[in-house]
Design a protein. Structure first.
Length: 96
């Protein structure tokens, strides 16, 4: 039975690459665990005006990233807590 995917979401002052060492260690210790670090709007290849990006924008961006790869299983969100709550609920709705 395959392990569920683990999705890592960075905080507001970071980008997905802040998880590089964590992803490397997870892949070393659990090579069968699918791990995906995602960027929020306004970071890396996801241009956006940071002054107007909402939590909803972040949720939709992450969900749009996850749905095509069917990784909407386990989430690890560094911050903020409210983003984590909304992401988990949104993924539950998608799974139904």
């Amino acid at each position: 039975m395959p392990l569920p995917g683990l999705v890592l979401v960075h905080g507001g002052a970071h980008a997905a690459d802040c998880w590089d060492l964590t992803v490397e260690e997870l892949r070393r210790q659990a090579p069968d665990l699918p791990v995906l670090a995602v960027d929020l709007p306004g970071r890396a290849g996801k241009p956006a005006d940071l002054a107007s990006v909402s939590i909803g924008d972040c949720v939709e961006s992450v969900v749009r990233t996850l749905i095509p790869v069917d990784t909407c299983h386990d989430l690890m969100v560094s911050e903020p807590e409210r983003l984590a709550e909304i992401l988990v609920e949104r993924c539950r709705l998608h799974a139904r």
